[in-house]
Ligand binder design. Sequence first.
Ligand SMILES: Nc1ncnc2c1ncn2[C@@H]1O[C@H](COP(=O)(O)OP(=O)(O)OP(=O)(O)O)[C@@H](O)[C@H]1O
Length: 322
Amino acid sequence: MIEVKNLVKKYGSHTAVDNLNFSIDKGRIYGFLGPNGAGKSTTMNIITGYLAATEGEVTVNGFDILKEPEKFKKSVGYLPEMPPVYTDMTVREYLAFAAELKGIPKGERKVQIEVIMGRIKLTQVADRLIGNLSKGYRQRVGLAQAILGFPETIILDEPMVGLDPQQIIEIRQLIRSLAKNHTVILSSHILAEVRELCDYILIISKGKLVAQDTPEHLERLLCDTGTIKLEVRGAAEQIKEVLLRMKKMKDYRLSKKEEQLFLVTVTPGKGADIREALFLAFAGAQLPLLSLYEEKGTLEDVYLKLTQEGGGALESHLQKRA
Ligand SMILES: Nc1ncnc2c1ncn2[C@@H]1O[C@H](COP(=O)(O)OP(=O)(O)OP(=O)(O)O)[C@@H](O)[C@H]1O
């Protein structure tokens, strides 16, 4: 388990990571989602031990990574956003070099490299120069390097960047298969990627964690703030009378569509589903309901609202619920 507490990183006067708190449990795929410059790489570089934090604490299975960096490095495999490319080495040579750097005992290196190349489907290009490989295959080489030593956690910074759709599908399948044996943390600024792959999403914006939950929960949270739209036939006064008797309703708005036909927008109370009650109330008052639908939020809405200017209202709503 990785625990990040009050993590701050400043570059001069610029705060790139602003008091982050989260924990990573074993065996799931976590997605760090945020626009460019949100602080994802900086956070990943800190939790992999490659960058010092300005403030805060990162512990792995209870060990402080600042105090015992060597122990920690063995339990984490890292694919940086821009992996060093050794274009003049073959895949096998590069992995042998990386295994040595990682301190994997000499006697174990060869077997491990063959096992990993098999798993990542690199065996057929093992003796090709990295410089002659496609971007998709280079990314596989990066992944292979990250799982050398079979660390408990693998951290992948923007693993799909620059790949074509077919390569993205292949890398996604690979990441899924890796998750059977490792905890995976990946970052992306593309929502669809993270939703497709991750069990848990941490949304980061301007260095702050603005929401964290499963993709399903994040979607549902926004639905709670959604509204119900109705078309009701009747006089405004009659419609208002029904609405004023409604329980678990926060607010309503009426707009006239035509004579004796109103569009009613209802905001339910937090977490309340009042669709049936609305239907029955209007039916009871003999006011025909011509339509009723709930304006559902999507994860896109959550993401955009949280990461664009003016997303503060939703942000505080989500944080209150967390
Ligand atoms: N070495 C550095 N010196 C100064 N500022 C930096 C440095 N590295 C990152 N930053 C700044 O810190 C902020 C966070 O950058 P970071 O790379 O962590 O974001 P990111 O979410 O990973 O974005 P991207 O997806 O573009 O990589 C940005 O404003 C960036 O310009």
